[in-house]
Design a protein around this ligand. Sequence first.
Ligand SMILES: [Fe+2]
Length: 201
Amino acid sequence: MNTSPPSVARRRLVGAIAQFAALLPVATVWRPAQGAPLAATPQCGRDAPTAAQTEGPYFKPRSPGRTSLLEAGIDGVRLLLQGQVLTTSCKPVAGALLDLWHADAEGRYDNEGFRLRGHVFTDAQGRYRMETVLPGMYPGRTRHIHVKAQPPGGRMLTTQLYFPNEPGNRRDGLFDPRLLVALDRSAATPQATFDFVLREP
Ligand SMILES: [Fe+2]
C-alpha cells in the first residue's frame, strides 16, 4: 500500500515523466511549434522602419517576377510568405518591389539559375504574397529568407527574415528578433506573415 501523501506521489510521477521525456529523441524534421505564441510583426507609426541586414554573398539581380517559387524538383515544407509594405506613417505602399531569395531545404542556393529566387510587387493595399518552401540551414546560419524591398522611386532596403522558435537563432550572430515572421501553422500550408515598414520616399 502506498502511504505517500498525494503531493509526494504527484511529484514522483511528474519527475518520472520528465526523465522519460528527456530520453525521447530530438525531432530532426522541422515542425512549427504547437501552440507557440505568434511573434509580433514590426509596427509602423513609431518612426521605426524595418531593420536592414547584410545582403550576403548569394544575391543575383534580375530575378523572375512570379508569385510562387515552387517548381518541379523543389522539396521541403511549403510556406506562404505574406504581408504588407507600409510607410513609417502606416500608409500602404502600392507597387513596392519585394525581391526574395533563399536556400533550399538542404541549405543550398542556386547560384547558376533562379531556383528559389523571384520578385513580386505589392497591390493597391500594399499587400504581397509569395509561395515557397521553408528555407534550410547552412553552416553558421539559422533559417532565413533574404529580401530586398523598394518603394516606387524610393530607396532599396536589404534585409533578412527569421522564423520563431528556431534553436539556430541563438547561435546566429546576424539573427535579429525584430525580423521574425509571425508563423501560423493552422492552415494546410503554414503562413509566415511579415509587414515591411519603409521610410517615406
Ligand atoms: Fe543566406
